[in-house]
Structures are given as structure tokens and as C-alpha cells.
Design a protein. Structure first.
Length: 211
């Protein structure tokens, strides 16, 4: 499944099979969307939101970028949040990072001069790594260090989202959850859930040793 023509062939098969299995499926899609969840995930090809959660079209409103970052001054991410909360009125916002994240790894390395856009995007992640350098330096291995920063990054994005006026001023405010996906077994671990900010930094789980 690595060429555009393969995707088109697969699409035809999927459309046929879906309509055969549920004749009302596409009619319902045309009527509009009513997702209850905004998913903010990494752009990594190995972490497709719908696939790993067995969701269907219409289930998730999705925003993905390198290292699942949210910043209120990033109009791309903020506009997705704004629309999801104020128009779609989602009840939940899930930030789902993943172990072995290349964007997180890059934040622990010197900037690559060939990637100026990436370098600017992950600058807050580099700052987060500096803030937690004592804990990160104590990690047993390089992958452990990356994976712990991936967890801290999810918690930081949750904190940013909970502090956002879009979330705080919503009534009812959506619950903001922090999850992380393990590439080595396909399982999601919950780092934080619920609206109160108190539990956002309680995750003290040792870094996962995923590759
Ligand atoms: Co990633």
C-alpha cells in the first residue's frame, strides 16, 4: 500500500464494501458530522487515530502535527480547537503522543539546518526538555529519555489546552485527556484524564522502553 494508485484501488473496494455492509452509511455522512472527540496526535504514519481506536468516519475530529503540539498562538491548532469546542461542541479533547517519537527525539538533538520549519515548531519542546533536564539526564538509556520526554510533552500540551480560553470558557468545558501510544504492543496508556489541572503532572510512570 505504498503507491497512490494502490490507495485509489483500495478506496473503491472500501466504498463498495462499506455501502454493502450499511446502505445508510454514506447518506448519514452527507447529513453532517457530530463527533464527540477532538484528537490531537502526532503526524507519525504509525499512529493513525482511527485505526488504533477502531473508530469510523464521523467519530473523531482530528488534528495531527509533528509531536502532537498545541500552542494557543498556532492558528492551525487553535482554529481546530475553536471549531471543535464552539461549533461541534465536543465533550472530550484527547492529546495522544507516542513512544519513540521522532519529533521528541529531535528536540534532544542539535537543530538540523535542513529543517528550519521543524526546528521552529519543536522549539517549545526543546524548552520543555531543558526544564526537565535533571530527570531526563537520569534516564537509563537514550530511548528511555526520549520516551519520558514524550510523556512530559503530552502532559504539557494538556496543560496548555486546559489553560486555553477556548476550553476554559466553554460551558460545559470539554474534558482534556493525555494519552500515549506504544509502538511495540499497540496499547494506549492514560497519563491524565478529567478537567482539573491538579492531576496533569501526577504521571510519574517510568519511561516506556519502546523503540
Ligand atoms: Co511522533
Amino acid at each position: 500500500m505504498n503507491r497512490p494508485k494502490h490507495l485509489l484501488v483500495a478506496n473503491v473496494a472500501w466504498a463498495h464494501e462499506t455501502a454493502a455492509g450499511n446502505p445508510a452509511f454514506f447518506r448519514d455522512l452527507v447529513r453532517g458530522q457530530n463527533p464527540h472527540i477532538l484528537w490531537i496526535g502526532c503526524a507519525d504514519s504509525r499512529v493513525p487515530a482511527e485505526t488504533i481506536t477502531r473508530c469510523e468516519p464521523g467519530d473523531l475530529f482530528v488534528h495531527r502535527n509533528i509531536a502532537n503540539l498545541f500552542h494557543p498562538e498556532d492558528d492551525n491548532a487553535a482554529s481546530v480547537l475553536e471549531y471543535a469546542v464552539r461549533v461541534l461542541k465536543v465533550g472530550h479533547v484527547i492529546v495522544c503522543g507516542h513512544y519513540g517519537c521522532g519529533g521528541v527525539r529531535a528536540a534532544l538533538l542539535p537543530p538540523d539546518p535542513a529543517l528550519p520549519h521543524v526546528n521552529r515548531r519543536i522549539a517549545p519542546l526543546c524548552a520543555l526538555a531543558k526544564t526537565h533536564h535533571a530527570e531526563l539526564d537520569g534516564a537509563a538509556t537514550g530511548p528511555d529519555r526520549i520516551n519520558r520526554l514524550a510523556e512530559l510533552n503530552v502532559l504539557e500540551q494538556v496543560r496548555q489546552l486546559r489553560a486555553s480560553p477556548i476550553v476554559r470558557e466553554a460551558d460545559p468545558a470539554p474534558l482534556v485527556h493525555g494519552w500515549i501510544f506504544a509502538l511495540d504492543d499497540g496499547r494506549i496508556k492514560v497519563l491524565t484524564s478529567g478537567y482539573t489541572s491538579d492531576d496533569a503532572m501526577t504521571c510519574t510512570t517510568a519511561a516506556h522502553s519502546a523503540a
